[in-house]
Structures are given as structure tokens and as C-alpha cells.
Design a protein around this ligand. Structure first.
Ligand code: SF4
Length: 234
């Protein structure tokens, strides 16, 4: 990974960052999307540059049907042509979650077999990955870098500096459809067993693993990651 290349991205965010990354890492970049409450923004930016960009969706088997419906709607609306639906390994499910209730006994283990391991496999062969996390979501995301290296791969967070108002404004400007659950009080949407309605604009993830100390599924963790640039918000 050529660190000098990243200097050219310094100070960029949003679509201005998405475009050069997709150009410089053409055919080697994947987007990871949960098709959640704010996913339409990043997906719209990506589609406006290259609709054939691979979009990875981790189908844990525990999503709201509304999310699966929204996924189909957004893919169609944005014209994205390379959705990759990634499922957990059947052997892992049979061995560790035969009754489908592992989430209630050991959520970290459930996330590992339903999200982390499948994503690691799905990202093989990609040199860059783009996701849509925001600093305003707080906790571990409060100090999110726009660019980092994780597992030898460039990790890009074009929306790191976006606020809730930025997201709302972008969606309104581009006429993007909302996730259906946002209309009934869900600010952040993950798997159904681990997502409760609630949260606020200031703490949108309050409904995720509510009542526990868990705040992340683990797919963004790395044991050898390092930040390489942290440009200021324009
Ligand atoms: S969010 Fe909940 S149901 Fe989904 S993989 Fe993690 S623990 Fe399992």
C-alpha cells in the first residue's frame, strides 16, 4: 500500500473522496452497506461515480424484512449492478447457533459467525473498502478517521465528518427514500433481535444492543490497523 497516494486524498470527504478512490482502486474497491437508516447517502455517492461498484451486504439471517425490502428498493432506485449478498457459513451456524438464538446468549459470538467471518471472506481480493460510518454516532466512532489501513487494505470513511443534518440534507436534496423503520422511531437499524426503536439525533445508536455494553458488531475492528490521515472537516 503506497502511503504517498493517500496524501492526495487529504481534506476530501463525501463524494469528493469516493470518486478518486474508485478511480485509483478501480476494480479493487468494495462498499459495505447495511442498508440501514442512513445508507442511502453513501450508496448514492457511489452510484453517481460507478454503478458497477461491488456492494457487500451481510445477510445475517436476522434482518428486519423492511431492511430487505429497502435494499431491493435502493438497488433499483440507484441502479447499482453489483450487489453481493453474503451469508454466514452453514457449518458455523450448525455448530455454534443451531437454535438461532446465539444472539441472546453471546452476541459477540453471534456477530462473529454472522458478520465478521463472512465479511473477511467477502473482502478477499479487494484492496480498498468504503463504509458509511459517522463520528456523530459517538462511542468508538467519535474519533473515526477518514482514511486508515486495516488488514493491509485501505479503509475509507467518506461520511466520517457528516452530521445528522448533513445526512438529512443530502437525502432531501437527492430525493432519496427513507428506510421504512425510520418513520416509527428507529434511528439506527441492524439485526431485528438486537435493534430496538429509540435513540435520538444526538445518540442514534442507543437502540442497538440496548441494555448491554455492546456498541459494535466487530466488523470494523482490526488488530493491525493504523490511521494514515485525518483531514479536517471543511
Ligand atoms: S447484531 Fe445481533 S443478531 Fe445480528 S449478528 Fe450481531 S448478535 Fe447476531
Amino acid at each position: 500500500m503506497d502511503s504517498a497516494l493517500f496524501e492526495t486524498y487529504a481534506g476530501l470527504e463525501g463524494r469528493q473522496l469516493v470518486e478518486p478512490v474508485l478511480r485509483d482502486f478501480a476494480g479493487r474497491t468494495a462498499v459495505v452497506s447495511s442498508f440501514g437508516a442512513e445508507s442511502a447517502v453513501l450508496l448514492h455517492m457511489v452510484a453517481s461515480v460507478d454503478r458497477a461498484t461491488p456492494v457487500i451486504f451481510l445477510d445475517t439471517g436476522k434482518h428486519f424484512w423492511e431492511t430487505l425490502s429497502y435494499r431491493a428498493k435502493l438497488i433499483d432506485r440507484l441502479g447499482l449492478t453489483a450487489l453481493r449478498i453474503v451469508s454466514p457459513d452453514e457449518a458455523h451456524l450448525a455448530a455454534e447457533d443451531p437454535d438461532g438464538a446465539l444472539h441472546s446468549r453471546n452476541a459477540d459470538a453471534c456477530c462473529r459467525i454472522r458478520k465478521t467471518i463472512p465479511l473477511q471472506k467477502a473482502l478477499a481480493g479487494f484492496d480498498a473498502v468504503i463504509s458509511g460510518r459517522k463520528r456523530y454516532h459517538g462511542a468508538a466512532r467519535a474519533t473515526l478517521d477518514f482514511l486508515s489501513i486495516s488488514d493491509g487494505r485501505l479503509k475509507v470513511e467518506p461520511l466520517a465528518g457528516f452530521s445528522a443534518l448533513d445526512i438529512q440534507g443530502y437525502m432531501a436534496t437527492h430525493g432519496l427514500p427513507p428506510h421504512p423503520l425510520t418513520g416509527i422511531g428507529y434511528y439506527s437499524i441492524g439485526c431485528e433481535p438486537c435493534t430496538a426503536p429509540g435513540g435520538t439525533a444526538a445518540q442514534p445508536r442507543a437502540g442497538r444492543w440496548a441494555g448491554t455494553s455492546k456498541t459494535e458488531c466487530g466488523i470494523h475492528w482490526s488488530h493491525n490497523g493504523r490511521a494514515i490521515s485525518q483531514p479536517a472537516r471543511n
